[in-house]
Design a protein around this ligand. Structure first.
Ligand SMILES: NC(=O)C1=CN([C@@H]2O[C@H](COP(=O)(O)OP(=O)(O)OC[C@H]3O[C@@H](n4cnc5c(N)ncnc54)[C@H](O)[C@@H]3O)[C@@H](O)[C@H]2O)C=CC1
Ligand SMILES: O=C(O)[C@@H](O)C(=O)[C@H](O)[C@@H](O)CO
Length: 288
């Protein structure tokens, strides 16, 4: 890993702006590009980075390219092609939430340059970054990205191989599918489901993951629970109507103020501040 990388962040929205701050705070040179120049300028200012008005300008001489454009396969593939044409050397990391690297790299001249570096929202607060190789990604690239992220203070978790949604989003998707199923059945409101997590599951999950929780609860008990519950879970294989319909009418949540629950424009900032305080408290519990 180089002492000081030159990191080009492409896409300066919810995630890209935070990713730019992560690498800038770690002492790397950071450049930002966005098709919306105002977004690039805001992100660059908040990170102490430089804003660029073209992909080519941002990636020229870059050693790491971090793609954080919208979750649309064709858009990402076109952007990766622009990067390859303008930079022959950099590692290209995508912050995609769910797209398997081999699908992203399908049109690339050199798929070995691609790795997934999946940050979590807010990117400069949540420690986890999943590092996911595609079939052509060398181990050395996974190791270099993992080392870079670890040195930047993140908790980098390398996966052995690719799978759609990686670890955390597969777990989130399973949970969110059942959360929406419970609301669709009229069992609970969104507020009640959220409270069951924040007053019960969430605090435990901040300290113990599913396998540790099962060990703590007893694998005999969990065997009975799994046998009893699994056959009754919702089995939606696509976004349920209550999610898709809201997105289709432009109720996008914090982005627009209306989603499942009313959100004002400051909600993401308040959440990030409370999350940072919680992580600091956990660090104190764990001995710093
Ligand atoms: N929002 C979230 O909670 C998380 C999102 N992600 C992933 O990160 C990526 C970005 O997501 P968000 O930041 O939420 O999206 P966003 O919509 O907030 O930001 C995307 C940015 O990309 C820009 N953009 C559009 N086309 C572009 C292009 N061709 N080149 C450069 N920039 C372009 C847009 O102007 C926008 O500013 C997606 O792949 C998403 O799945 C990953 C983790 C969490
Ligand atoms: O939760 C996160 O920050 C990440 O797992 C994501 O990728 C987002 O949830 C994304 O899937 C939707 O915002």
């Amino acid at each position: 890993m180089r002492a000081r990388e030159v990191v080009a962040v492409l896409g300066a929205g919810v995630m890209g702006a935070g990713i730019a701050r992560v690498f800038a705070r770690a002492g790397h040179e950071v450049r930002v590009f966005d098709v919306d120049p105002a977004a690039a300028a805001r992100a660059a200012e908040s990170a102490g980075a430089s804003a660029h008005d073209s992909v080519e300008g941002a990636v020229d001489g870059a050693t790491i390219v971090l793609e954080a454009a919208p979750e649309r396969l064709e858009l990402k593939q076109a952007l990766l092609a622009q990067v390859e044409a303008a930079n022959a050397e950099a590692i290209i990391a995508s912050n995609t939430s769910s797209i398997a690297p081999d699908a992203l790299a399908a049109g690339m001249r050199d798929p070995s340059r691609l790795v997934i570096a999946h940050f979590f929202n807010p990117a400069d607060t949540v420690p986890l970054v999943e590092v996911v190789p595609g079939p052509a990604t060398p181990v050395a690239t996974v190791e270099r990205m993992t080392a870079l992220l670890t040195a930047a203070g993140k908790t980098a978790v390398p996966l052995a191989q690719q799978v759609e949604g990686f670890i955390a989003n597969r777990l989130q998707a399973a949970l969110y599918r059942e959360a929406m199923h419970l609301v669709e059945l009229g069992i609970a409101t969104p507020e009640q489901v959220d409270l069951a997590v924040t007053a019960g599951l969430g605090p435990r999950w901040a300290l113990a993951g599913p396998f540790e929780v099962m060990d703590l609860g007893g694998l005999d008990v969990w065997t009975s629970v799994a046998d009893g519950i699994l056959p009754t879970l919702g089995d939606a294989s696509a976004a349920p109507a209550m999610l898709r319909d809201r997105a289709a009418r432009g109720d996008l949540g914090a982005k627009t103020g209306e989603g499942f629950l009313p959100r004002d424009a400051d909600a993401p900032a308040r959440f990030a501040a409370r999350l940072a305080a919680l992580l600091e408290a956990r660090a104190a519990i764990d001995g710093g």
